[in-house]
Design a protein around this ligand. Structure first.
Ligand SMILES: Nc1nc2c(ncn2[C@@H]2O[C@H](COP(=O)(O)OP(=O)(O)OP(=O)(O)O)[C@@H](O)[C@H]2O)c(=O)[nH]1
Length: 334
């Protein structure tokens, strides 16, 4: 049960599809039963199709974790459903078109939603135009419907567009370090947990380096925080350039970083650390021309069953490197 809630909490689109799907099933089922009872077969079967389709789409999203296709499928079947209900029930059916707008903007991205809602509007109006009195009582009513429908679509679009942008920003804030753009501690925890699991399952060797700039406080105190920030950004760029694309760098906080190195042996890990150390010493300069140096501690994922103990061992090596006079590398013995 807790896995159910945590998936709902972590996956916004899945939670939206589940919520909107459940509401749709609850809202449409009584109508399906009522219409079938009235022997209004077209509307009754359309409603039943919507209910079954919704249940299948929500199940698919839960099973596969893919929320894009079920969203598009739901938008398509509810648009067809709203069209059929509108042409069959006339003005009474048109009310569902407003629900459709909101529904679509919840389950598919704003641009796709605009497309599908406009196509449905066009289909309903074309049918109403060709069959006077069947959908709209008058041209005036059709005009009013188009205006109110378009206004509702515009409001829904603006709302959905802003919401998406804000969600993207929030997720970036939660996972990235805003200064350097690399993963933050939270992202690191996730990736280290995955590495621990992968090493057990696929027998991949992982190495971990903890990197800490030396006497960074002096740089801040002497040259100001902005220069300190610039040194941090340049340091990240240097490390990035010095290692493989599969290596992942995270900012643990302050001037401390963690590099996760997959598919590596202890000698290789030492080689990566040496390359970074030399690169930083040679390239990274303070405004007064003195070299910036980095202390590095590291260890292999060897016998660690969880991230904490692995990180703790690498951290202990970093302390040893600092104690040895800084600008040093200490990699734990096998
Ligand atoms: N410019 C800048 N400074 C930061 C940031 N985060 C932390 N700091 C500073 O980093 C400094 C870290 O100082 P210390 O922990 O004493 O480390 P250090 O001076 O590098 O000394 P050692 O690690 O022992 O060599 C502090 O002055 C913090 O204020 C940041 O995002 N930008």
């Amino acid at each position: 049960m807790s896995a159910f809630w945590s998936r709902l909490k972590d996956d916004f689109q899945l939670s939206i599809i589940t919520l909107v799907g459940s509401l749709a099933v609850l809202g449409v089922t009584p109508y399906a039963v009522y219409r079938l009872g009235q022997r209004n077969w077209l509307v009754g079967f359309t409603d039943s199709f919507l209910v079954v389709g919704t249940v299948l789409a929500v199940c698919y999203a839960w099973r596969t974790g893919n929320t894009v296709r079920p969203g598009q499928f739901l938008a398509a079947i509810y648009s067809i459903g709203a069209f059929l209900v509108s042409i069959k029930l006339g003005t009474n059916g048109l009310f569902w078109m407003y629900v459709l707008i909101l529904f679509n903007f919840f389950v598919v991205p704003p641009r796709q939603s605009v497309m599908v809602t406009q196509v449905t509007l066009l289909a309903v109006c074309l049918y109403g135009w060709l069959n006077p009195q069947e959908v709209f009582a008058s041209h005036y009513q059709m005009g009013s419907f188009i205006v109110t429908y378009e206004l509702s679509s515009i409001f829904a679009f603006v709302f959905a567009y802003r919401g998406r942008a804000q969600r993207r920003e929030l997720s970036q804030l939660a996972t990235e370090d805003p200064l350097t753009g690399i993963g933050n501690r939270r992202t690191m925890n996730k990736e280290l947990d995955i590495a621990v699991a992968d090493s057990r399952r696929y027998d991949i060797r992982f190495g971990l380096l903890v990197l800490d700039l030396d006497h960074f406080k002096q740089i801040n105190d002497q040259f100001g925080h902005a220069v300190g920030d610039d040194v941090l950004v340049r340091f990240v760029n240097l490390v990035d350039a010095a290692c493989r694309p599969s290596d992942r760098l995270f900012r643990l906080g302050g001037e401390e970083f963690v590099l996760l190195v997959p598919n590596v042996a202890r000698e290789g890990l030492n080689g990566v650390a040496t390359k970074i150390q030399q690169c930083v010493r040679e390239v990274l300069r303070r405004p007064d021309g003195r070299a910036v140096t980095v202390s590095i501690g590291g260890c292999m994922l060897n016998g660690h069953t969880e991230r904490e103990s692995w990180l703790h061992e690498a951290d202990a090596c970093l302390y040893a490197a600092k104690d040895a006079g800084r600008d040093q590398i200490v990699i734990a013995a096998p």
